[in-house]
Design a protein around this ligand. Structure first.
Ligand code: NI
Ligand code: MN
Length: 226
């Protein structure tokens, strides 16, 4: 699957002929100045939780692309109040079949208020099970033993995990998470955007390598095949 990194926790996966865009935070991200929102396209926009560094550009992109917004019920209701009508609300443990594959909304250990202080439901992550392969995006989360259930139930091609520490797992815990979900290929997210989450990329990559894992840290705007 072709995976494009757009900075912070935003990435796009192309699978089964559709573009799935996760957690768009582009215009407020100084590291993503070279990415033009108006050039982006998406068929589905998936939001893990309500924090502004995950939803900042979601309304604008939903209007621009006419993509369907998938998130928890509370976040979808919040966007509906802003005039975004193509939404699909879910809750933890629930799975739904879409034309590109099955989406399961799974638990994350984090928080989830919306930018205006509204209740954002509980934070989550996604498992996408398409004919081209299965992948897991954990969303912002701590390491948790629940991840072992994902490893038991799915044969993942790759996982997208936060590695920046302070607000989420650091890379050491992310490597443990990779073992819990039984995956070797990891796309690193949620690092370097703000001072508290600056990482040593080389140390992170080396740590993964020593654990028999591969940490992918593409440049912002770069695509990798996973
Ligand atoms: Ni967050
Ligand atoms: Mn975040």
């Amino acid at each position: 699957m072709r995976v494009t990194y757009y900075g912070h926790a935003c990435f796009e996966v192309q699978t089964m002929g559709v573009r799935l865009l996760f957690d768009p935070f582009i215009t407020p991200n100084p590291l993503a100045n070279h990415i033009r929102l108006e050039n982006m396209s998406a068929d589905y926009i998936l939001l893990s939780h309500g924090h502004v560094d995950h939803v900042a550009d979601a309304a604008e992109l939903a209007r621009q692309t006419n993509a369907t917004l998938i998130s928890n019920w509370e976040i979808c209701a919040w966007f509906e109040r802003q005039g975004i009508t193509k939404t699909h609300g879910m809750n933890h443990g629930g799975a739904m079949a879409f034309p590109f594959g099955i989406v399961k909304y799974v638990y994350a250990q984090h928080s989830s208020s919306l930018p205006d202080g509204s209740y954002g439901g509980n934070p989550g992550g996604f498992i996408i099970d398409s004919k081209e392969g299965v992948f897991y995006y954990s969303g912002d989360t701590a390491l948790m033993t629940d991840m072992k259930l994902i490893g038991e139930s799915f044969q993942l091609k790759f996982a997208a995990l936060p590695i920046g520490n302070n607000f989420t797992m650091g890379y050491e815990d992310a490597a443990k998470a990779a073992a819990f979900v039984n995956v070797k290929e990891v796309l690193g997210l949620h690092y370097d955007t703000f001072p508290p989450i600056k990482i040593d990329r080389h140390a992170a990559a080396t740590h993964f390598q020593q654990a028999g894992l591969h940490l992918h840290l593409p440049a912002i705007g770069e695509a990798v095949s996973l």
